[in-house]
Design a protein around this ligand. Sequence first.
Ligand SMILES: NC(=O)c1ccc[n+]([C@@H]2O[C@H](COP(=O)([O-])OP(=O)(O)OC[C@H]3O[C@@H](n4cnc5c(N)ncnc54)[C@H](OP(=O)(O)O)[C@@H]3O)[C@@H](O)[C@H]2O)c1
Length: 147
Amino acid sequence: MLLVHWPDDRPVPQVLKDFELLKKAGITRHIGVSNFSIRQMREALASGIVVYNHQFHIYPGSVNRELITYCQDNHVSVTAYSPLDEGRVVNDRKLSEAARQQGITPARAALKQLLALGLIVIPKASKREHLEENFAALSGGDRDGQS
Ligand SMILES: NC(=O)c1ccc[n+]([C@@H]2O[C@H](COP(=O)([O-])OP(=O)(O)OC[C@H]3O[C@@H](n4cnc5c(N)ncnc54)[C@H](OP(=O)(O)O)[C@@H]3O)[C@@H](O)[C@H]2O)c1
């Protein structure tokens, strides 16, 4: 899948038409977009070109439900990028309390919340313990006795 990373000055349908050429040439199987507003998503879908995925910044303190619902209602999967808010979720008091009550870590609680909304999440981790924790959350694993 190839994403239009950021909308620019060009009309959305024109950009998508160019991406459609790449799809027809077999360079990509799917076309996605990233960082589009709801207005830009409407323009994208009105173009008639199939938009497979929308990737934008979503984390527990910032969930644009209107945009998520609009995409999902129109068969566009949604990816939450920086779902741990670049690591800052661990300092979120509300989330930490919710995590404490569930006996899980704040990072895991964050991913769990987003997955429950039907989102794809793409946390980045360089530490092995973080990778293992996130993988367990993503796979719905029960490694530490919690799901
Ligand atoms: N489409 C776009 O415009 C766009 C923009 C920004 C980002 N992205 C994508 O989003 C993805 C991830 O974004 P991101 O790196 O900005 O933010 P992120 O995944 O929200 O946060 C990464 C930070 O969280 C820490 N972390 C990971 N797992 C943790 C855990 N279990 N407990 C505590 N801390 C944890 C990492 O630490 P360690 O590294 O020390 O493990 C790292 O500092 C990337 O694939 C990136 O390409 C897309």
